[in-house]
Design a binder for this molecule. Structure first.
Ligand code: KG4
Ligand code: ZN
Length: 337
C-alpha cells in the first residue's frame, strides 16, 4: 500500500530578531506566524542577549499559533525543520533546542536548514495566490541585513553562490547609512521612504572596484559618512538627496554585478529575496533592467522576503523529500563556513 498520509512540515526560524513558525501540508503553506522583537528598537540595532531571551518567550506561543492556524496538532507533524544558521548563536540555540526536543518527543524527522539558501525559497512558496514562479535555472539576488549573494538556482536543492559581499551586507549599508543621517533602526525602510523625495543624481558616491561577481559595501558606507559630515550645516534640507545618493550607490553596485553575471551566464530569469527586496527603488530598477535585457523578473511578496518561517518550512519540505535529515546531535552553525 503506498503511503498517502500528507507530509506536514513545521518550520521554525530564530536566527536574528524574528521568532517565526509556519506549517506546510504537502508543500502548501497553511500558516505563517512571525513575532518581531520590538525590544531592539530603543538600542538602534539588534542586541544578541535580548534576542535570545525574546525567542525563549516567543517560541512556544508562536509555534502554537502556527499549528492552530493550520488546524493541526503536534501529532500531525511529519518533520520539524529549523534554521541551523547562519545567525546569532544565542538566538539559533533556542530554535535548535526546541526543534530537537519536539522532534524527539514526537518521534518525527528533524531537518536542519541553511537560512541564506532558504531565502531563495521565497519564490517557491505556494499559498493559493497567483504569481509567476521563476523557471530553473534562475539567478537570485539574496539581499538582507546579514547576507548579500548572487546565487545560481538550478533546483530547490541545487544552488551555487557565484558572488557575495566581501564585507558589509547591502541591508547593513542601508542601516549604517541611515544611522549617519540620524534615522531610526532599521534604517533601510526609512532611507527608501526619504529617497522618494530626493534627487539621487545630486551626489555621486564612488563605485567599489571588486573583481568578478563579488561585491563590497563598506567603501560606500565610509564615503557616505564623509559626504554627510561635509554637509552637516545643511543636513536638514539635504537629507532626502543624501538618502537617495546612498540608495543609488548601493543599487548601482548590486545591479551592475547582477547584469554582468546574467549576461555572462546567459540567464533569462532573475529573482530577488531578503529584506532589502522590499526596497521600492530596487524593485523599480530591477524591473526596468529586466525589461531592457529581456529577462523575467520575480519579486515575491514582502512577507516572504523578510525573515520568516514559511521559507524554512519550504526548504525543509524539499530536504525531507530528498531524505536529508539531521540527527539529535545537530548543533547551530552561527557562520557560513
Ligand atoms: O531579511 P531581513 O528581514 O533580515 C535579515 O536576515 O537580515 O532583512 C533586514 C534588512 C535590514 O537591513 C533592513 O534595513 C532592510 O532589510 N530593509 C530594507 C527595506 N526594508 C527592509 N532596505 C531597504 N529598503 C527597504 N524598503
Ligand atoms: Zn535573513
Amino acid at each position: 500500500m503506498p503511503n498517502t498520509a500528507p507530509i506536514v512540515i513545521l518550520g521554525i526560524e530564530s536566527s536574528c530578531d524574528e521568532t517565526a513558525a509556519a506549517v506546510l501540508v504537502d508543500g502548501f503553506l497553511r500558516s505563517n506566524v512571525v513575532a518581531s522583537q520590538e525590544v531592539h528598537r530603543q538600542w538602534g540595532g539588534v542586541v544578541p542577549e535580548l534576542a535570545g531571551r525574546a525567542h525563549q518567550e516567543n517560541i512556544v506561543p508562536v509555534v502554537g499559533r502556527a499549528l492552530a492556524g493550520a488546524g493541526l496538532t503536534p501529532a500531525d507533524l511529519t518533520a520539524v525543520a529549523f534554521t541551523q544558521g547562519p545567525g546569532l548563536i544565542g538566538a539559533l540555540l533556542v530554535g535548535a533546542c526546541f526543534a530537537r526536543s519536539l522532534a524527539q518527543a514526537l518521534d518525527v524527522r528533524l531537518v536542519a536548514v541553511d537560512h541564506v539558501r532558504a531565502h531563495v525559497m521565497a519564490h517557491l512558496i505556494v499559498d493559493g495566490t497567483e504569481r509567476e514562479r521563476p523557471p530553473f535555472p534562475f539567478l537570485n539576488i539574496t539581499v538582507s541585513g546579514g547576507h548579500t549573494q548572487l546565487v545560481l538556482v538550478r533546483s530547490p536543492l541545487e544552488m551555487e553562490v557565484l558572488g557575495s559581499t566581501l564585507d558589509d551586507a547591502a541591508g547593513e549599508a542601508f542601516d549604517k547609512g541611515a544611522k549617519v543621517l540620524g534615522l531610526p533602526y532599521p534604517g533601510g525602510p526609512e532611507v527608501d521612504r526619504l529617497a522618494r523625495t530626493g534627487d539621487g543624481t545630486r551626489y555621486r558616491l564612488p563605485v567599489p572596484a571588486v573583481e568578478g561577481y563579488d561585491m563590497s559595501f563598506s567603501g560606500i558606507k565610509t564615503a557616505f559618512a564623509n559626504l554627510v559630515r561635509s554637509r552637516k550645516d545643511t543636513l536638514e534640507q539635504e537629507r532626502a538627496d543624501l538618502a537617495a545618493a546612498l540608495q543609488e550607490a548601493i543599487l548601482d553596485h548590486l545591479l551592475a554585478k547582477t547584469r554582468r553575471l546574467m549576461r555572462e551566464a546567459g540567464l533569462k530569469a532573475v529573482g530577488v529575496a531578503g529584506g532589502v527586496a522590499a526596497n521600492t527603488r530596487l524593485r523599480e530598477r530591477l524591473q526596468a533592467l529586466g525589461a531592457a535585457e529581456g529577462w523575467s523578473v520575480h519579486i515575491p511578496p514582502t512577507a516572504y522576503c523578510t525573515d520568516n518561517a514559511a521559507m524554512i518550512a519550504m526548504a525543509g519540505h524539499h530536504l525531507h523529500q530528498a531524505g536529508i535529515w539531521a540527527g539529535q546531535d545537530v548543533v547551530p552553525v552561527p557562520r557560513i563556513a
